[in-house]
Structure formats: C-alpha cells, structure tokens
Design a protein around this ligand. Structure first.
Ligand code: PLP
Length: 422
C-alpha cells in the first residue's frame, strides 16, 4: 500500500483470519492479562499493547495508524478535539518562560489559546505577519522559542503557508516546526515533506467529513533530532514521573512517546473509540472527497470572481490570488473547499445574502460534505470592532464559504439566486 487513496480505504487495519473485516469499536476502558508481568512490560514500554483507554485503545489506534501512514510520520496521537491536539503538542515542549512564534493567520480558537490562555501559564506567544520577510520573522526567535507554528491554509483568511520560508528558519535555529494541516489534509499536502516536524489536525473537519465526530490528531514526523540542540532540555534528562525515561534516547519517536506517556497520562484528552470509528469510516472516502471539494471550489471561485455584486474573492485556485503560485507548489492537486469573499455593500448586504441562500446553510462548522457559510463579523467575531477585525485580516463583509461535494451546478445556482435577490 503506497498510494494515499488506497491508504485512506485500507490503512491502519489488517484483520487476521476470522476477524471482522471492518474495524471494530472496542468499547472497553480496560484490558485483561493473565500475568502481572505482562502488564509490567507494557508500563515499561518493553511490549506493545493496551492497558487503559486513556493511553491507547485498539479502535483509536487504527485511526492513528492510518493518518500517520498518510502523512508519512512515525506516530499519531488522537485527541478529543483539534484544540486539545494543539494544547497537548504545545505543552509537550513548552514550560513557563518559553515562547511560541506563530503566524497571525490561524484559526480563531488557536489564536485565543496562544494569545490569552497560554500566557496565563507563563507561555508567551509572538505573532508574525505571514507575508513578512524571513529576516523579520526570524528576529522573533530566541533561545526560549520552542515552536514555530502556522496553518497550511488559514481559516478564514485563506493565507497559504510558504513552507520553505518557515522551514528554513526552524532548521537554522533547531526549533520544532509545527503545522496545522486541517483544511488541506495529507491527501492534498503533506507538511512533513516540506520541512514540518509535527502536524496537527482538527479531525472534526475534512477527516471525518460528515460533521458527526469531534476530534484531533498530533502526528510526530520523527524528523527532529532532540540531541542536536540543548533547546529541549526536558528531552535530555530522565523523566522521574516515568521511571527515569530519557525521551531523546527513543530517537525518532521521542516527541510522540513523551506526548502519550506524559501529556496524555496527565491531561487525558484522548479521542473516544466511537469517534475514532466514525472518523476512520469517514476517511475511507477522504481522497475522493478532497478531489471533489477542490474541483467544486475552483468552479464556485471562478463564478464569484466574475459576478458584479462580489467585491473580492479569495481562493488559491484563482490565478489572480496572491498565494496562487505557493499553492501550486505545495498543493497542486487541489486546494480544498474553503474560500472567503465579500459582497458589495458591507456588513448588512453580507447578512442579507446569507439569509437568501436556500440550500447552503448558515452554520459555525466548515469542511464537511454539505456546503455552508458563515459571516464572522455578525457571529463568531461579533465582539470585535471593525478595526479589531481588520487587524486580524477579517473584513466586515467577509463571508466564509465551505464548498461541499454536492453537484457544483446546484451550489452555484443557490449563490446566484441569493446574489440576485440582494
Ligand atoms: C476547527 C479547527 C481547529 C479546532 O478544532 P476543534 O476540533 O473544533 O477543536 C483547529 N484548527 C483549525 C484550522 C480548525 O479549522
């Protein structure tokens, strides 16, 4: 199995003779062993196996293995949500006094985590403008910087990540490069191929694809040498809470094992077996869906770009888009279904347009099979003033459109009749 569309269908699970063909849901917190010694070997990481579902579960395991294979990583850790994936990945390397250097163009929840919540625990975040020069961004990195963080395609500003620029900074300074790849998925772009060390997902979006299961994943790329720098001292000294384990001695899986045996043990935000089952099922069609999402979005973007009532439109498939060349370099097969655009006439016209839509629904979610829209200025970001919104790149007439996998003609016709009606 080497092609990504095959791994989507068959990856992670190979039944033995007589076992269920479909990944079973192992709805058990606990696992039985005949001898105490067997359990002791598990605790000592001498043997592979399950002892408690907070640390690992066979259904969750299948999902983690499939996504790890898709991304080309060495280990995956599934979490209760995308937010807990980001939190655990950050806490795995950051202590009070450390800092994260992050793009300003990131998901609102991650922005709040970095700008409000983590500082309360002494972890500082330094934001950069993703269009800024390499030199200016690198100036933010100091000896307390543990992570450089960005999104492949940012939600909802549709900024496309210039991997090379950030990977160079990360490599030169021997800092972990962490990428949230939620809106693209490994089917369209594998961040590890372009210098990322850790990949984060909210599996609640395209991976599940049907808006039924909340979840997140941390993929350890296994390509960061914790012994080549003294930046991550915690990886070089024995963990007394895990009988003296030195994580850097584990080599490629240092980040992932620490994340599981220390972070998951203490913070406990694991994905449930039910959600792993549903997400894994959804992922069987991921390659097909991403192709259709991208193709539909390309058509919708083309339509919007020529409509007289549309003031501006952002989708990297458009040749006029600022990030078109970068997108062609890193995700030539497609750029997913997320776009944003502005209708002429400001905030009120934007709300009016949304209400005129018939098939496309107004929801907070994005990136599932059904087309949907959101007007951040009157919903998710309504507490912000116009100038606050502009500062994070959100215009007040911005409409976020997540193009689904319906027939593109029906999607375009719905948008067309709503635009005609305002
Ligand atoms: C939704 C989202 C998250 C947060 O994920 P949840 O599963 O909702 O916790 C993080 N990053 C991106 C890019 C997202 O779109």
């Amino acid at each position: 199995m080497k092609n990504l569309d095959t791994i989507c269908v068959q990856g992670g699970y190979t039944p033995k003779s007589g076992e269920p063909r479909v990944t079973p849901i192992v709805q058990s917190t606990t696992y039985y062993y005949e001898k105490a010694g067997e359990m002791a070997d598990l605790f000592d990481l001498k043997a592979d196996g399950y002892f408690y579902t907070r640390l690992a579960n066979p259904t969750v395991d299948v999902f983690e293995k499939k996504l790890t294979a898709l991304d080309g990583g060495v280990m995956g850790i599934a979490t209760a949500s995308g937010m807990s994936a980001t939190l655990l990945a950050v806490l795995n390397v950051c202590n009070a006094g450390d800092n994260v250097v992050a793009s300003r163009a990131i998901y609102g929840g991650s922005y709040n985590l970095f700008s409000v919540t983590l500082p309360k625990y002494g972890i500082e975040c330094r934001f950069f403008d993703p269009d800024d020069t390499k030199e200016n961004i690198e100036r933010l990195v100091d000896d307390k910087t543990k992570i450089i963080f960005a999104e492949t395609i940012a939600n909802p500003t549709i900024v496309v990540l210039d991997f090379e620029k950030l990977a160079d900074i990360a490599k030169r300074n021997k800092v972990l490069f962490m990428v949230d790849n939620t809106l693209v998925t490994p089917v369209l772009c594998r961040p590890l191929d372009f210098g990322a060390n850790v990949v984060i997902y909210s599996s609640s979006k395209y991976l599940d694809g049907h808006a039924v299961a909340l979840g997140g994943v941390i993929i350890d790329g296994g390509n960061f040498d914790f012994k080549a720098t003294d930046r991550y001292k915690e990886f070089l000294v024995p963990d007394e809470s895990y009988h003296g384990l030195i994580y850097a001695d584990l080599g490629k899986t240092a980040f992932g094992v620490k994340c599981r045996v220390q972070m998951m043990r203490d913070l406990g935000a694991i994905m449930s077996p039910q959600n792993a089952f549903l997400t894994n099922l959804g992922m069987e069609t991921l390659a097909l869906r991403m192709e259709r999402h991208s193709e539909n979005a390309r058509k919708v973007a083309q339509f919007l770009s020529t409509h007289p009532k549309v003031e501006w439109i952002l989708h990297p498939s458009l040749e006029s888009n600022k990030y078109h060349d970068i997108a062609m370099k890193y995700m030539p097969k497609g750029q997913g279904g997320m776009m944003s655009f502005g209708v002429k006439g400001g905030k009120d016209k934007a709300s009016e347009f949304m209400e005129k839509l018939e098939m496309i629904a107004i929801v907070t979610h994005v990136a599932d099979a059904r087309s949907c829209v959101l007007h951040p200025a009157s919903t998710t970001h309504r507490q912000l003033s116009t100038s606050d919104l502009e500062a994070i790149g959100i215009k007040e007439n911005l409409i976020r459109l997540s193009v689904g996998i319906e027939n593109p003609e029906d999607i375009i016709n719905d948008i067309k009749q709503a635009l005609d009606a305002i």
